[in-house]
Design a protein around this ligand. Sequence first.
Ligand code: ZN
Length: 225
Amino acid sequence: MNRRTIATIAFAITLAIGALFAPHRADAATGPVTSGTGWKISAPGITHIDTAPWTIAFHDTASRSKLTPYLKYTAAELQSYLGVKITVSTRIVPITRGTCVTGHTISYRYMSKPDPAYPNRSFTGACGNSLHAANGAYVYINSDYWLKTRNFSEPVRMNVIWHESGHAIGLSHPATCPTNAAGLRPLMCADTYKDLRTRRYSPYEATAFRHLVTNRIYYPTTAVN
Ligand SMILES: [Zn+2]
């Protein structure tokens, strides 16, 4: 079923139910919502998350040893926001920059200067499937942040992991970077590791995650790898 068919069915059902659900009819006509104040989904490649469970894997055993303790927390937090199972496995899935990881798998690599042109960077490549559901990612975490000489705090290192994991599941850098009443900027706004001070996902990412889930209504429910 394509997206137009889904939209048509939603519209027809709404009409049958009647005027009570008029606001829903407006939503169905609009299609997936992929950005708002302080958040953005990586559309059109990724517009939503389907119901399939996710696996976190590692490029090699060194990456697994170093990052597993962090990713157990990241996975738990993402799982609570997204309502899909996210398991930190012991699987080794070697990654190459520029090559999609599929099958609802995110594979992490811990290495020094993963982007030689920008030695301070970490980065992520996320891919959607043919139905525009998030489907997998490779994540490179820059091990230089753990060097004693670099003087990084543990919260900043954690924020890098949380930020890159936000990319992995389908978030982009927002177009707008406001500060909310609690003094928090979007974690996904940081475009250098020096900006990362929010600690964990802010209410802006929480809103983006909610839309990743609710946008599901515009697509078939069958998981496709
Ligand atoms: Zn980023």
